[in-house]
Design a protein around this ligand. Structure first.
Ligand SMILES: *Cc1c(COP(=O)(O)O)cnc(C)c1O
Length: 346
């Protein structure tokens, strides 16, 4: 079976399980888990931030960040297809009392000119007190529903400069920042330098079973620790999980290039099939989003599923496939063979 539904499906490797078994642990709520502390230091260092906080999920990392940056009644900005907008269960409203204004874009990436009209500028006719205060703009790199697209360091810098000029903070949802770094040959810290806070996931392409982190200034992370506890995210002997994340940082970061190459090869193969629409040049990292023109996307996905290829419909005529470390050697050829058979079947 070839499971391309998500890079979250990866199971820990034998070496990762050995690292988990050997982890030194303590009660992290009392600050006594040495493995969690090591992971937090390592993550902060990789992102060029003063401190980091280990949390159970990317959603919690983002939501703790939103809560830290805002107060109820504030407004945040996010790209229209952002994870924070669509798949965090309404948490910005429920947990932090926020409204979201969304910025449309072609493939998840907008620039400073796109942001400018969304910055509220008070005037004599419309004084500042009339609007909800815009406190934060959220960026997503790579952009999940945009198709794993990469924000360049330069675009991030320009957007952050404009936001900061207007007193708006920047949060980076970097669930797949590792992929952005590998794809563009820039360090994670170069991207993170333009954000006031950054969330990263160890449980996506890096292949750890559980865990994410939030990074920022020491003062910010102190405040984040309080909200992590409030949101129910304080964990006890969490070194068991942190050991897997540390192993992933050491062994699974550079190999993301393999996933990217496989995604490109899959896209090139798909482009040759009639009944599929894709420009392989749009594939930047490990996510492939393609159009099915021969039948409804859900019908195509169902046919593939029956033959052992799992993907997700991503709209009426779109399908998403994600490459990751827990796939067989021949995954691309097999996936293309099954896709072709599904299109050919009566
Ligand atoms: C997966 C993901 C998250 C959230 O991670 P969970 O651990 O599933 O809560 C946040 N942002 C993006 C862009 C993601 O892809």
């Amino acid at each position: 079976m070839i499971d391309l539904r998500s890079d979250t499906l990866t199971r820990p490797t034998p070496a990762m399980r050995a690292a988990i078994a050997a982890a030194e642990v303590g009660d992290d709520v009392y600050g006594e888990d040495p493995t969690v502390a090591a992971l937090e230091r390592r993550t902060a260092e990789l992102l060029g931030k003063e401190a980091a906080l280990f949390v159970p999920s990317g959603t919690m990392a983002n939501q703790v960040a939103l809560r830290c940056h805002t107060e109820p009644g504030d407004e945040i900005l996010a790209e229209a297809a952002a994870h924070i907008v669509h798949v965090e269960r309404g948490a910005p409203a429920a947990l932090s009392g926020l409204t979201i204004r969304t910025i449309p874009s072609a493939a998840g990436v907008f620039d400073a000119d796109d942001l400018r009209p969304f910055v509220r500028v008070p005037s004599r006719y419309m004084p500042a007190g009339i609007f909800p205060p815009t406190k934060l703009v959220c960026l997503e790199n790579t952009h999940n529903f945009g198709g794993g697209t990469v924000w360049s360091v330069e675009t991030m810098a320009a957007v952050a400069r404009l936001a900061h000029e207007h007193g708006i903070k920047v949060h980076l949802d970097g669930a797949r920042l590792w992929n952005a770094a590998v794809a563009s040959g820039r360090r994670e810290a170069e991207f993170a330098a333009h954000a006031d806070s950054v969330s990263v996931c160890f449980s996506k392409g890096l292949g750890a079973p559980v865990g994410s982190a939030l990074a920022g200034s020491a003062v910010f992370i102190e405040r984040a620790r309080r909200f992590r506890g409030m949101f129910g995210g304080g964990m006890r002997q969490a070194g068991i999980l942190a050991a897997a994340a540390l192993h992933a940082l050491d062994h699974h970061r550079d190999r993301l290039a393999v996933d990217h190459a496989r995604a490109r090869a899959f896209a090139a193969g798909l482009a040759a099939l009639s009944g599929i629409g894709i420009d392989p040049g749009t594939v930047q990292t490990n996510i492939v989003i393609f159009r099915v023109t021969a039948m409804p996307a859900a019908a195509f996905v169902e046919r593939c599923w029956k033959q052992g290829l799992r993907m997700l419909p991503a709209g009426a005529d779109k399908v998403r496939a994600v490459f990751h470390l827990d796939l067989p050697e021949n995954a691309v050829e097999e996936a293309l063979r099954i896709a072709a058979a599904a299109l050919a079947a009566p």
